[in-house]
Design a protein around this ligand. Sequence first.
Ligand code: GLN
Length: 465
Amino acid sequence: MHMSLAIQCTWTPLQMPRLRPPSFGPFLLHSPHTNFFPSFGGIRSRITTYPSFMAAMSTVSTQKEPVLNEDEPTQKTLQPSQVAQRLEKFKTTIFTQMSMLAIKHGAINLGQGFPNFDGPEFVKEAAIEAIKAGKNQYARGYGVPDLNSAISERFKKDTGLVVDPEKEVTVTSGCTEAIAATMLGLINPGDEVIVFAPFYDSYEATLSMAGAKIKCITLRPPNFSVPLDELKSTISKNTRAVLINTPHNPTGKMFTREELNTIASLCIENDVLVFTDEVYDKLAFEMDHISMASLPGMYERTVTLNSLGKTFSLTGWKIGWAIAPPHLTWGVRQAHSFLTFATCTPMQHAAAAALRAPESYYEELKRDYSAKKAILVEGLKAVGFKVYPSSGTYFVVVDHTPFGQENDVAFCEYLITEVGVVAIPTSVFYLNPEDGKNLVRFTFCKDEGTLRSAVERMKEKLLRK
Ligand code: GLN
């Protein structure tokens, strides 16, 4: 065991210090943004000593303890961390950090968006059947034929668009890989790409890997509407792509038809592509989801990204896909071929069964989540948060300032240690972290008992200042 630890371990001297609760604050959070900590005074000077928040987590995972052992003589020689420049500014993802802290402090995890209940039996059975039936060797690179067909059937039901499963659908390892393959396959170094902050963390990292020049437009509370005039003045013939996410993580905002129409016409006018992350499309509560690809003239310039994880509560399966016209699918597939080549074969077979679920499955999913959402939103209001409206996703963003902490990171730290609940600080979703300092994100993809307990803890222990 120690032998294999020695091989996997990438500990460095700076990562060794252990956390001594309750004062883990100094090591708490690493924004991916180098300009984050300057604005938060004390935290910065100390945190810069620690290249990774993994330091704080050394007490969480005993498996990773760098225990000295005589059988592993030299591998433990501690070396400075190395990372290519394109990834230098990124740290351990905020979701990983917060989930590790939840375990460490026994806190209720309303941070990382994964359900604490299981996916449907019929899908799990289909996976077991596929494994038993010997569907265990490499899949075709761009997807097992049955899944490509199931994806195009589902897309037709959702959008009315008919796509060729062989030429326009690419199965990937989760939407995260679809995002990476899209960026790496279609963006050249120096290309301008417009993103809307707050944005999911992998966008910036993969754009950085592709060498893109990021142009960021900030969506602001209370409605997180798209500032259309700012978009008009930002987009130009130099723009290669606009990246959107609807329903939107972390805010729960859904892009309105008016916003999508304006983005569409600007993209057509300037010959710009749209990459649209729609993984929460089946969690649209307050309005109907609109796929950018379904707007007139848009399919031919749009890559639609989606996955199985959220809709079927199977986030660990990592089955995603990209739908795009053949000329854009070419780029996506070229990157995908050399990123992962193919995705887990039996799970793809099961994913095909999942996507053919009757409509009643989707209706029930939405009903269940509406009930969970009501518990959390009402609870958060009763606790005293200002809760911003969330139309879709399983997230809700609140203003934490009534509780007197200086920023979102400090608030989350306080919430974990003093209250026993985990939320996600939103400043990590912004290019300018100051924009997110009043906001934290909670998820309601947890069973009702867990949501109620979290609310109770907050009612009891969170005191207004
Ligand atoms: N999409 C999930 C969230 O926003 C996190 C996924 C991850 O941890 N990479 O919470």
